[in-house]
Design a protein around this ligand. Structure first.
Ligand code: ZN
Length: 148
């Protein structure tokens, strides 16, 4: 799949909730995983491949290391710590740019996976940063919007 790059409008859009996990959506999920891998990304949101639905995937190894799913549908995110740290982030939709982004260290996420199974856990470290980055995409927010 082609990765959408800034300044495309869909990257600025708040994405629609998914009501039904159709075979098309399951197909999209596997295409997104492949696209992310080929692009050496550790996360990819649906609008980055031109779909305006609330879905993102994260890197297989990052998911395994943390024992969490790779697919997040209709996620809700709570900032779980006041403590923040800044890390340099890149984005497949903002090529060649690395920006120092301040984010909280821990988040709590609720979502469903591709089988409709409920997901709920608290994430820290790199995983917490990736979840915040991808969740931002679903709300139309890019690293260039967060950078001070
Ligand atoms: Zn991104």
């Amino acid at each position: 799949m082609q990765i959408v790059e800034t300044p495309s409008k869909i990257l600025k859009k708040k994405l629609e909730k998914i009501e039904d996990i159709t075979p098309e959506i399951k197909g999209l999920i596997s295409d997104m995983k492949e696209t992310m891998k080929l692009a050496n990304g550790i996360g990819l949101a649906a609008n980055q491949v031109g779909k305006d639905i609330a879905l993102f995937v994260i890197d297989e190894n990052l998911a395994k290391e943390n024992n969490v799913p790779e697919v997040y549908i209709n996620p809700e995110l709570t900032l779980y710590s006041k403590e923040e740290s800044a890390v340099e982030e890149g984005c497949l939709s903002v090529p060649e740019k690395w920006l120092n982004i301040k984010r909280v260290k821990k988040v709590k996420i609720k979502a469903i996976d591709e089988n409709g199974k409920k997901i709920k856990f608290i994430a820290k470290s790199l995983l917490a940063k990736v979840l915040q980055h991808e969740f931002d995409h679903l709300n139309g927010i890019l690293i260039t919007d967060k950078h001070e």
